[in-house]
Design a protein around this ligand. Sequence first.
Ligand SMILES: Nc1nc2c(ncn2[C@@H]2O[C@H](COP(=O)(O)OP(=O)(O)OP(=O)(O)O)[C@@H](O)[C@H]2O)c(=O)[nH]1
Ligand SMILES: [Mg+2]
Length: 310
Amino acid sequence: MFGQGLLKKLKDKLVVTHKTLVEKAESLFRRHGKIDQELLDELEEALIEADVGVDTSVSLVEELREAAKKSERLGEEEDIDWLRRTLKQLLAERLQEGDTELRFAKEGLSVFLIVGVNGTGKTTAIGKLANRYVQQGKQVVLAAADTFRAAAMEQLEIWGERAKAAVIRGRPGTDPASIVYDAIQAGRARNADIVIIDTAGRLQTKANLMRELEKIGRVIKREMPEAPHETLLVLDATTGQNGLVQAKVFAEAVPLTGLILTKLDGTAKGGVSIAIKDQLKLPIKFIGVGEGLDDLEVFDKETFLEALFS
Ligand SMILES: Nc1nc2c(ncn2[C@@H]2O[C@H](COP(=O)(O)OP(=O)(O)OP(=O)(O)O)[C@@H](O)[C@H]2O)c(=O)[nH]1
Ligand SMILES: [Mg+2]
C-alpha cells in the first residue's frame, strides 16, 4: 500500500527513535553472549528510557522472556536475528492495525473536531489535513474556534491560504461555539465536504476548557446529531509519557475517537507510540513528521515498524 518513497522519508524522520530504541536494543543483543536475566533487565531499562513507559516495557520484556523459554533459547547462545524478529513482533502486537482512515459522513458534510494541549501542533496538523483532503478534490472549511488569541486565528488563516481551504473566524473573544455554528452553516451553504475545527488548549484552566469543549460538542450535536465524525486529540511525541497524562484529562472532557501524534521527527521519545494502544485504547490516525504542508502521514503499523527497524 505504501511506496518506497514513504518508507525512505519515514526512516529519515524516525532516525532518532530508531537509535534510542532499536539500535540500543541491538547493541545490547550483540554485547550479551546469551539471553539471560541481565540482558532482559538492561533491555527493560532501555525501553523505559526510550519512553515506552514502565508498564508496557515490563510486559514486553516478560513476553520476550516467555518466548525465549518456549523456544528453549533462555540461557543459550545469542541468536540476534531471533531476538530482533521477536522484539519487532512484540512491538507490532502493541500497535493497532493500519486501517486508520478517518470516518466520514455517509453523505454530505463531515465534521472533525481537533483538541489538545497548547503547542502540541493542532493548528499545524489541521493545515496539513486540509491540504491532504483538498488534494483529494474535497472542499474543506476550517473553523477558528481558538478565539482566545488573535494570533491563533491568523495562524489558521495562513494555513487555510496554503491549503486552499476557507477559514471561518470571528473577533478575538467571540464565543468559540458560535464560530463552530457559523462554520457548519458555511459548510452546508457551500456544499463543502469537511469542516475541521481548531480549538484552544489551555490546560491551566481545566474546568473552563472542559466547559468550552462540551459547549462546542453540544452545538455540533444540535446541528448534526451524527457529528463530530471524528474527535482527534493531538499529542506531542516530544512530551513522551507526560503526553499520555494530558490525553487522559482530555478524554474525560470529550469522547475521543483517535490521535494525531506530532513531532515524531527528530525526537528520542518516539517510543511513546508503543504505549498508546495499551494506555489510551485509542488508534493513532496520523503522525506529524515536520512543519511542512506534506509532513503528515497516515499511521500504518507495517510501514512505521519497517522504518524503525531498517
Ligand atoms: N518538527 C515538527 N514541528 C511541528 C510539528 N507539528 C507542529 N510543529 C510545530 O510546533 C509548534 C506548535 O504548533 P501549533 O500548530 O501552533 O500548535 P497548537 O497546538 O495549535 O498550539 P496552540 O494554538 O498554542 O494551542 C509550531 O512551531 C509548529 O511548527 C511536527 O510534526 N514536527
Ligand atoms: Mg493553535
